[in-house]
Design a protein around this ligand. Structure first.
Ligand SMILES: [Zn+2]
Length: 391
């Protein structure tokens, strides 16, 4: 078994797709997908690419011996430590003396398993800049190239304001909307379907020649997925913005927070409010768009502005109504903070509230707000309500 893994790792190291495929007996479609997968992960700049066996699974009479493994990989400049994507292989031996061959490959879906990535769905193309590694399909390569400058500006601005140690760029997958849904899967901590940021299991260390899951619960990496058509429409609508793509700024802020180990335990109005505000923190046009959205919700849906809930379950009510209103109002809280107290104070509130642990209690939230703005939440709310009335 370990010999099989060693051969595959040699193939990965030597960029030899034929060697990779030579230990597999797959259906033609699955074989083609393996080729695309291999070429895809070679095209993405990585410091680490290796297969790590994580668990031997029982022998299934139909499927044969199962091996669970992780593709351990570190995207250059983007992953502070190597990431893990989990798969399951079915193995078959023609005889007890024969080497094991791979007869089926499946991804392991589930929270934070990182499967699937775009390279699991077909052929990919990769473009790089100093703040972005963008992954698209070959069909959308040209449009991805058109988006690159606005992605680059958004990523750079976000890292400048919310730096993450050891990270200078982000992995941004540009997918069509049905692919966004597939990639979303059961990702945890992923909210917005025009795009999402998700955390990924990571493994700083492995023990060679052992079968063991190397994930370290203290370590994590992250990925961003954007709906490419939404991003193109946005570029068309706003034109070139100095601060870059609002859509990427939103997800980039989430990513910066999760990579900076600033968990999402702050009140939900702060988590989504920060990201929504950050979309337009550098741009009047984007802020004005938020104001018109607020007005539209008032006039068309008869939903008045109101301080949004801190509790995630209330922020995302099951019937879906008010979710847009919550996003808008949460964003407007930080717009207000920026206007009244300045951008530095707004950014300090963002990181301060993200840093809270274990579903923040009111006293913790108040302490952050008092330290940065001099007022607790109740008072900020009164000031915000007066401001929002006059918008
Ligand atoms: Zn969000």
């Amino acid at each position: 078994m370990l010999e099989l893994v060693a051969r595959l790792n040699t193939a990965l190291r030597e960029d030899d797709v034929e060697a990779w495929l030579s230990v597999m007996d797959l259906e033609p479609e699955a074989q083609q997908q393996q080729r695309w997968w291999f070429e895809g992960v070679q095209a993405v700049p990585m410091d680490v690419r290796e297969i790590v066996p994580t668990a031997m699974l029982g022998v299934d009479p139909q499927r044969g011996q199962g091996l669970q493994m992780a593709f351990r990989h570190q995207v250059s400049g983007a992953d502070p430590v190597p990431s893990l994507e989990y798969y399951r292989w079915d193995l078959h031996r023609a005889g007890t003396q024969e080497p094991a061959r791979i007869v089926d490959v499946r991804g392991r879906e589930g929270a934070r398993s990182a499967y699937p990535q775009l390279w699991d769905l077909g052929e990919v193309r990769v473009q790089e800049s100093d703040a972005v590694v963008a992954i698209s399909t070959p069909e959308r390569e040209q449009e991805a190239a058109e988006l690159m400058p606005s992605l680059q500006d958004a990523a750079r601005a976000t890292f400048a304001e919310f730096p993450v140690k050891g990270v200078r760029r982000m992995v941004v997958t540009l997918a069509e909307s049905d692919q966004v849904e597939q990639l979303f899967g059961e990702s945890e901590g992923a909210y917005d379907y025009a795009g999402f940021a998700t955390e990924t299991q990571a493994a700083p260390q492995v023990q060679p020649d052992t079968v063991r899951d190397p994930r370290d619960p203290e370590a994590q990496t992250g990925r961003i997925v954007l709906d490419i058509d939404y991003a193109l429409e946005e570029l068309d609508y706003f034109g070139v913005l100095e601060g870059g793509s609002p859509l990427l700024r939103h997800e980039a802020l989430h990513l910066s927070m999760l990579l900076g180990d600033l968990d999402r335990w702050g009140p939900e109005w702060a988590v989504e409010g920060a990201a929504t505000w950050w979309e337009g923190a550098a741009e009047t046009a984007v802020r004005e768009d938020l104001f018109s959205w607020a007005e539209e919700l008032m006039e068309e849906e008869n939903q008045e502005a109101a301080w949004p809930p801190g509790d995630p379950e209330e922020f995302y009510p099951e019937d879906g109504e008010l979710i847009d209103r919550h996003y808008v109002d949460a964003g407007l809280i930080f717009v207000f903070i920026q206007e009244r107290y300045g951008q530095d104070a707004a950014s300090a509130v963002v990181t301060g509230l993200h840093r809270l642990r274990g579903y923040a209690r009111q006293a913790q939230v108040d302490a952050v707000l008092e330290a940065q703005l001099g007022v607790p939440e109740a008072e900020l709310r009164t000031l915000w309500e007066a401001w929002v009335q006059d918008l």
